[in-house]
Ligand binder design. Structure first.
Ligand SMILES: Nc1ncnc2c1ncn2[C@@H]1O[C@H](COP(=O)(O)OP(=O)(O)OP(=O)(O)O)[C@@H](O)[C@H]1O
Ligand SMILES: [Ca+2]
Length: 523
């Protein structure tokens, strides 16, 4: 017991303090606090233990070596080193243990097997195991010399439970349906890692779990074969994490996101396309190497990050699709008629207004669509995916052709259809064309809310910005046509003319819906 307390309270990266409210508070990493808590529960006293002996050297926890150690100067002379860390590694450095009578005896085969079984059993229950050990190092020790790493006496093995947070399993499932492969890379023991990965649904029957040291030995060809199937990597060093990410990015062309909290994760976070560091548990180094900091340390938040990322991407695509359609039609209409008739139906002021509809207002309307859960059912775009997908080309070309043909028809036949004659006939016709064109865009803006689904009205009323933009566009269009005739070179239209032009714009919607039924390849 005495030696256990000495080990727990001295060989630690954490601390027990009395806080402002006079309560005991344990500081340090989760692993450290768990151990200190055990010490306190067993009746140990942190302060007393610390005062008994002097710490002359500390080797802080290092995730490549997976252990930490301290050297104590004992009150009655001599030095003693304590060591704790990954249990199989520490146990391998022990040749003695403390038996039930408290005596130090050599480690025999049966005890080793008993300890190994205990470690396996703890690990298969998803516990993180640590082994504590010490060694007497006589009186010859100076702070410069290394702490020996052989001939230890095993004090015991502890198992620490780090329960899987609720919601992680569901989040992993969502990621899978979204085409995101979740892999777990940890410094833990392989049995612990496998048990946890199974619990969260990361490890499946088809996948493989591998240990860092084995992974390191593989040749380049073996890695190419192996990496796609790796679901769990245990006892990994910081470099293993980095190697895995690097291969996934360069050899497989994958887009890789890495989450991590520790300094040991920094190389991988830095190498990844998207590094996500934990905001609460994360070290400064991890946060600095990351692109995104998860403030609540929750895996489900990563799903939200992915969802918003996709939403922004899709919203920009929708906007670009809408904008390209307006541009193509406005350009072709004005250019072709300028070439053929010598004047353009859309005047400068009108084009300015059209530009506002598509740039400012269109961006506001289409880019403010909130993300929906369907986004997480599609597969990711990938590194090589085209920004303007085939689906977008289909929608853009189909819609532009309709708008152009219809406007061209109005331009050539409009006068006879609307029975226009007299001195104002040209002005009225151009106003009709302008109004039709603007309403084509208004209805196409609604159609652009969805690129593949026919139902474009879903959730439209919940997007207040969209509704407001559309309402403003329509109101202002009425003002421009009816009241601002001189300024915008328009001519007030009759009810009947309004109805026909709005209807012609509306036809764009069934056309957009029909276009969506034309099958397109996945890209
Ligand atoms: N403070 C510590 N002192 C001694 N050994 C430790 C300490 N913390 C962790 N270990 C050992 O090192 C292993 C973890 O190593 P490492 O920190 O490289 O992993 P990790 O992937 O960062 O894990 P996690 O993020 O879950 O802590 C643990 O399984 C444990 O055996
Ligand atoms: Ca860590």
């Amino acid at each position: 017991m005495r030696i256990l307390f000495e080990s727990i309270f001295n060989n630690t990266g954490g601390e027990v303090v009395i806080n402002k409210e006079n309560k005991i508070e344990i500081l340090g990493s989760p692993t450290e606090t768990a151990l200190l808590e055990l010490g306190l529960l067993l009746g140990g006293n942190f302060k007393e233990e610390r005062e008994k002996s002097k710490i002359v050297k500390v080797e802080p926890f290092n995730s490549a070596k997976k252990r930490m150690g301290v050297v104590l100067e004992l009150p009655d002379g001599g030095f003693r080193a304590h060591c704790k860390g990954a249990s199989e590694i520490i146990l391998a450095a022990c040749d003695k243990f403390i038996d039930t009578n408290g005596e130090v005896v050599p480690l025999d085969e049966t005890t080793i097997n008993h300890l190994k079984n205990t470690i396996e059993q703890f690990a298969s229950e998803a516990l993180r195991t640590l082994c504590l050990a010490y060694i007497e190092i006589g009186s010859e020790f100076s702070a410069e010399s290394h702490i020996p790493f052989k001939g230890y006496t095993c004090i015991g093995v502890v198992g620490i439970k780090d329960p899987v947070r609720p919601g992680v399993k569901e989040s992993v499932a969502i990621c899978k349906s979204a085409g995101i492969v979740v892999r777990m890379v940890t410094g833990d023991n392989i049995t612990t890692a496998k048990a946890i990965a199974r619990e969260c649904g990361i490890l499946t029957d088809k996948g493989i779990a591998i240990e860092g040291p084995e992974f390191r030995e593989k040749s380049e060809e073996e890695l190419l074969e192996l990496i796609p199937r790796i679901q769990v990597m245990a006892r990994s060093s910081p470099l293993d994490k980095h190697t895995l990410v690097k291969h996934l990015r360069t050899k497989f062309g994958e887009v890789v996101a890495v989450t991590g909290d520790g300094t040991n994760d920094a190389p991988a976070l830095h190498e990844a396309d998207i590094g996500l560091a934990m905001g609460i548990a994360g070290t400064e180094v991890a946060k600095e190497s990351a692109d995104v900091i998860i403030l609540d340390d929750n895996f489900s938040t990563i799903v939200t990050v992915a969802k918003w990322g996709r939403s922004v991407y899709v919203n920009i695509q929708k906007f670009v699709q809408f904008q390209l359609t307006v541009n193509v039609v406005a350009l072709i209409v004005n250019f072709s008629s300028a070439c053929l008739t010598g004047n353009a139906p859309l005047t400068a002021v009108q084009l300015l207004w059209v530009n506002m509809i598509m740039d400012t207002l269109g961006a506001l309307a289409l880019a403010t669509e909130p993300p929906n859960d369907d986004l997480m059912k599609r597969s990711p775009v990938g590194r090589k995916g085209n920004f303007i997908s085939n689906v977008m080309w289909r929608n853009i070309l189909g819609q532009s052709i309709y708008q152009f043909v219809m406007i061209w028809y109005l331009q050539t036949r409009g006068k006879s259809i609307f029975h226009l004659d007299g001195p104002n006939s040209d002005l009225v016709l151009n106003t009709l064309i302008f109004n039709t064109f603007v309403f084509c865009q208004v209805f196409n803006e609604i159609s652009s809310r969805e690129m593949e689904k026919i139902n474009v009205f879903k959730g439209i009323l919940k997007n207040y910005v969209f509704v407001a933009v559309l309402t403003c566009t329509v109101l202002f269009q009425i003002v421009i046509v009816q009241l601002l005739s001189t300024f915008a070179s328009t001519y007030p239209l009759s009810w009947q003319q309004w109805f026909v032009t709005v209807f012609l714009g509306f036809i764009g919607m069934p056309i957009a819906a029909a276009l969506k039924m034309v099958p397109m390849g996945s890209n």
